[in-house]
Design a binder for this molecule. Sequence first.
Ligand code: SAM
Length: 468
Amino acid sequence: MKLQTEDTIENIKRLRSELENHFRSILKIDPRLTRKIVSFQNNKDKAFYRWYKYKEAFSSTLVEYFISKYNIPKGVIFDPFAGIGTTLFASSLLGYDAEGIELLPIGHEIIESRVFAQFNIMQEDLSIIEEWRNERPWNLNKEPMDINCLRITRGAYPDDTAYKIGQYLSELKTVEDKQVSKLLFFALICILESVSFTRKDGQYLRWDHRSERGNGKNSFDKGKIHQFDVAVCRKLYQIIKDINSPLDDSLFQDRPLRRGTISLYKGSCLEVLPSIKSNKYKAIITSPPYCNRYDYTRTYALEHALMGISESQLAALRQAMLSCTVENKPKDMEYISEAYYETNRMFEKQELINAIHKFFEEQKEKKKLNNNGIPRMVKGYFQEMTAVIAECFRVLEDDGYVFMVNDNVRYAGISIPVDLILSQIAEDMGFEIINILVLPQKKGNSSQQMGGFGRESLRKCVYVWRKS
Ligand SMILES: C[S@@+](CC[C@H](N)C(=O)[O-])C[C@H]1O[C@@H](n2cnc3c(N)ncnc32)[C@H](O)[C@@H]1O
């Protein structure tokens, strides 16, 4: 007699292969989509983009590539997971108005500082930034401010650096112009990791062995821990240089004279989307968090702490994020918006998700999952993405495109074809699935997965859907 789990696995395999057959002709490897272009890497030397390394970002080249390849007509381009605003800035420079939604304050800080620095700064503002770089006035300030810490950031800096950060913050209070003060604060945000004992590492912050927390417990060495004055002056120099220099390369030789406007909604897209009017956008270029357990609220804890976020605010942000960590509890979608009543019904009918969920629940019962939050996270991810996709459909103009970057994932030996599942949901909503463009290099597995189940590559893709 077959075991229950074997039945469940067979069911998953059958449903997966049906989905694969359904989308076979649409899955295409696109050699233009290199890992560099689909990640932040391609931005790391570009003016303005290089100020803050947001690992989860994609490159401006990717945005330009899709706008040009699919001939997007002039109008408004939208990103419901705006991050540091790559879609917004790249679209704006091509003459498109751009709107985005972002939940995390770090994203808001970066987008707002950049809008000021790139489009609105005056010569007298720049002079203050130059003065700070040349004179280092924080060193004259004898009374450092206390720096806000979170439980997970306590002890993150060498003592002298923590002292200097306090002096810098204290000196910032003397800057009258709010925008200039914000830009100087932003420069500080940009260097926190480099002057700290920590390194961002997807799911959490890693601590160097030289820190109190890391001492004796691990051998992790993050390399050079930068001196505060050197790091902040370099950052200020880079900011001044980029503001003063003309813009970099572009796929578009002739940039339009008119720059598009940039608007940002702060909050969860699950809450904001239902308030946006229908048929508004020409295209959506986006990348949601992947279903990979990465916890942005931990990764960006140094920055959020300095921005004054409290322990409870951080927990609330984590819960408001699209469910992508094992700590996310289920969201009451119909309470968030009655628009989600329909999408919930639609989600409940997705057979492959149901089968995968059943498998994870069985594994959980047998204590075979390395974290019991996995079934809840995966289910929540797809339930919430169903709502996002429905809202994207509604806010797009007819013939409007969605370009969505995402990774497939694997848990407990079961690989989840996120690309096929989301495309199936999109098709059920009325989207035409134009392509699922696959990156030539496949993504490896986490060491945990490799150890237990052997190697299996996971697709990284950009989905191209059209509202038809
Ligand atoms: C993969 S990143 C997108 C990065 C972006 N493409 C860029 O280039 O900067 C996903 C973003 O979604 C944000 N996010 C997560 N949950 C969200 C939610 N419920 N509403 C809005 N944004 C959310 C995260 O904070 C993160 O910045």
